[in-house]
Design a protein around this ligand. Structure first.
Ligand SMILES: C[C@@H]1N[C@H](CNC(=O)Cc2c[nH]c3ccccc23)[C@@H](O)[C@H](O)[C@@H]1O
Length: 440
């Protein structure tokens, strides 16, 4: 029994310093790769959500809802075949983990969290109790968790595991039709499932020593008493590991939000927002450019989250063949080129706090700080402003005379009654321009 008073533990600095992680949702659901791009979680009527679920990784559930387009799709395109047919059809024949992680690392991700068992119950390693229902014995015939852990660590990034503790459709419950089903009706809460899930998470800890333990949906009622020991074992095995908040309240090193859901969690001392590059976590062949963040949108999402003290966990949904969808890769390459010149204003920074006002309008403005500088991020300055922006700051916060643009273009900054008037070229781009000031 390890040290049980982990509740007061100090947050390891690597996590808040990291700011940016890449989430990977890859599974049998990546074979059909089919969902309706309905909208963002939190912006879609919950009554509509489950039958028109934009999460392609929910294919098993959505395709069982009579009358749903996914049900029709599964009948007409896949002949209503059993879901596990997709596991055997999943070959990952072009999978090159080092190539993925090179793209993620260049984009500036400092950690990578991968699905090890999603709601469909199929494990991406030879998980105890899964028999042949895993990617070592069927489909890819590879330990994908081990392959990804090795590639992530070879690039010096931190490796995290996603585990669906609260939902396992193989544990024999009916499809989730409405949100309240997620509380009890459709979740396995029995002792047998609790022992099964506990054994698998312990196996993940012992074999892969993950830096992040990212559970989802919650934990079975019959297994709640197991969690203090599990967390103590985790921290004894990975002393600077971090645990998320989706364990039905048992413990959390940090809180999470997802698209527009659980945004109230973004006021915590430590938090992480997760979302896809598009509207889904699993690859959805029905998503077009209109459903995806563009590079500037992804960069501004990251800067907004970092400016408020959080991390962004941005998801990539690989194809069943193991390639990254081109349109998602393009967004990551766009983030990479911006982060190459501006990452220093994001990593290991903290919110600048009161005295410097962000702005959501035009111009779009966000602030971060390190121990000696304030960083102003400016985007979408309207033409009418002729490349001038008033940065509302309280007197004495920073020194206008020290203004520098991180891309080395010239900038003038003069103190004006309500802050600083910054004058420079090309401030109107959607990708943020970054000005650095010495803090007084
Ligand atoms: C990272 C994503 N997590 C999803 C589960 N999300 C949640 O339970 C988050 C959540 C918070 N409030 C909600 C209200 C309705 C539905 C989900 C949520 C999963 O269902 C997705 O498939 C994916 O793995």
């Amino acid at each position: 029994m390890g040290d049980l008073d982990f509740r007061g533990r100090q947050m390891p600095a690597w996590f808040p310093d990291a700011k940016f992680g890449v989430f990977v949702h890859w599974g049998a659901y990546s074979v059909p790769a089919w969902a309706e791009p309905t909208g963002e979680l939190g912006a879609v009527d919950p009554e509509v959500w489950f039958a028109h679920n934009p999460y392609a990784e929910w294919y098993w559930n959505t395709s069982q809802i009579e009358g749903s387009p996914a049900h029709e799709h599964h009948r007409t395109v896949h002949g209503g075949l059993p879901y596990d047919t997709f596991l055997d059809a999943w070959k990952a024949e072009l999978f090159d983990p080092a190539e993925w992680i090179d793209v993620f690392a260049r984009a500036g991700a400092r950690y990578v969290v991968v699905t090890t068992k999603h709601h469909d119950g199929i494990a991406l390693w030879d998980a105890p109790g899964t028999g042949t229902r895993n990617t070592v014995r069927r489909g890819p015939h590879r330990d994908l968790v081990a392959d990804l852990a090795a590639a992530v660590r070879a690039r010096g990034l931190r490796f995290g595991v996603y585990y669906s503790g609260g939902l396992d459709w193989h544990a024999g419950r009916r499809a989730v039709i409405r949100h309240e089903d997620l509380i009890d009706e459709c979740r396995p809460h029995d002792a047998a499932y609790a022992a099964y899930a506990l054994r698998q998470v312990r196996d993940l800890i012992d074999r892969y020593r993950p830096d992040v333990l990212w559970n989802d949906i919650g934990w079975p009622d019959a297994g709640m008493a197991d969690l203090p020991d599990l967390f103590a074992h985790y921290y004894a095995t990975v002393p600077d590991g971090v645990v998320n908040d989706r364990w039905d309240g048992a413990h959390a090193d940090y809180l999470t939000s997802e698209y527009q859901a659980n945004r109230q969690n973004e006021t915590a001392a430590h938090w992480e927002q997760c979302r896809g590059i598009g509207l889904s976590f699993g690859y959805n062949r029905n998503e077009g450019p209109e459903h995806l963040l563009d590079p500037a949108g992804a960069v501004r999402q990251l800067v907004d989250v970092a400016s408020r003290g959080g991390n962004l966990l941005l998801n990539v949904g690989p194809k069943a063949d193991g390639t990254l969808p081109g349109e998602q890769r393009t967004v990551l390459e766009g983030i990479a080129s911006w982060m190459a010149g501006h990452g220093g204003a994001v990593y290991a920074t903290r919110p600048l706090g009161p005295g410097a006002a962000p702005s959501d309008g035009a111009p779009w403005i966000r602030w971060t700080r390190d121990d000696r500088h304030a960083f102003a991020f400016l985007a979408d300055v309207p033409d009418s402003a002729r490349d001038q922006v008033v940065l509302k700051t309280r007197p004495g916060l920073l020194d206008p005379a020290t203004a520098v643009r991180l891309d080395d273009l010239p900038v003038r900054a003069d103190a004006v009654p309500d802050g600083i008037l910054a004058t420079s070229v090309a401030l109107g781009t959607p990708l943020p321009t970054v000005l650095r000031f010495a803090l007084l």
